[in-house]
Design a protein around this ligand. Sequence first.
Ligand SMILES: NC(=O)c1ccc[n+]([C@@H]2O[C@H](COP(=O)([O-])OP(=O)(O)OC[C@H]3O[C@@H](n4cnc5c(N)ncnc54)[C@H](O)[C@@H]3O)[C@@H](O)[C@H]2O)c1
Length: 320
Amino acid sequence: MWTVLITGGSGFIGSHIARSLVRAGYNVVIYDVVVNGKLIKDIRNDVVIVQGDVTDNTLLLETIRKYKVNAIMHYAALLSAATEKNPYQGFKVNFEGTWNVFNTAKTLGVKAIIFASSAAVYGSNIPEVVREDTYTVPETLYGISKQYGEMLGLWFYRRYSIDFAAFRYGSVIGPGRRNGGFSAYSTLIIQKAAQGENYVINVSEDTCLPIIYVKDAANLAIVALENISRLKSRIYNVAGLTPSPTAREIVNVVNKYVKNVYMEFKPDPLAVEVVKSWPKNMDCSRLERELNWRPRYSDLNLLVEDFINEVKANPEMFHI
Ligand SMILES: NC(=O)c1ccc[n+]([C@@H]2O[C@H](COP(=O)([O-])OP(=O)(O)OC[C@H]3O[C@@H](n4cnc5c(N)ncnc54)[C@H](O)[C@@H]3O)[C@@H](O)[C@H]2O)c1
């Protein structure tokens, strides 16, 4: 049985993974520098919570040893906008912290590591649909740090036989995701409507980015862990909806479920420029071939309905 330490485990994706792991009967240790009690309200008595920094090698080592951790899901990071704003802090957390996680895992014989990578590893001037072997020339420090994490994971796998998988997410959407970051519009269109609030959308109507629902992302992390020793490529594009919906299409579906909220497009030139440089669609056939995994929420109607229901049913956790 796996005992899984999730770095950044009280963040948006980490908390959803923790919930899915708890429901499936795994032992879970949440390791986070700022513990967000709200997002883990329902599971806080079912997990071990350690407030700690991934750059704190001593505490990380003690925690892994004390709780007999044998798998790590490394989701702690400074996100893209914060990394560009504070590059040195981004370097500390995303490079040094990631080294610490892998190196400590090696020291204590951890068997498997799953790493949250990003579509930010692809630079601009890429094909309309990117595959994992499309060249990666990341243009942001955040993207470079994700490429570094992938390469480091492959190196620890080859050199020390630590099983490894990395997921290149486009935009992970779902209840409780915080504002911030240029890809947040797709979550906020649904989140704000579920809260009965009007929303001004800062990208153009035709903007589209690869999207995956956070419940699918959490399920995939568990399926990957269960099959980690037989994975071949180890680095995977991850998207749930094919082709990616435009911002206008998301609004249209939301309007079917929520009336009386006002949504208006007011594109911000910087946001438009940044999102235009990201992949619009990702070929995820490698994931399907190697893991036989398909997203449950591959239909936008199903996704939006579930998202809205979650926010309405659990305002204490998911209202932002
Ligand atoms: N949300 C997305 O669309 C998306 C897309 C691609 C990749 N990712 C990656 O997925 C991971 C999780 O993202 P998220 O959206 O849940 O973000 P989030 O900000 O909600 O979660 C990140 C968590 O990491 C924690 N953290 C930050 N610095 C830390 C440190 N030094 N030590 C320990 N914990 C630290 C934060 O407190 C936070 O709880 C990140 O690695 C991110 O780069 C997210």
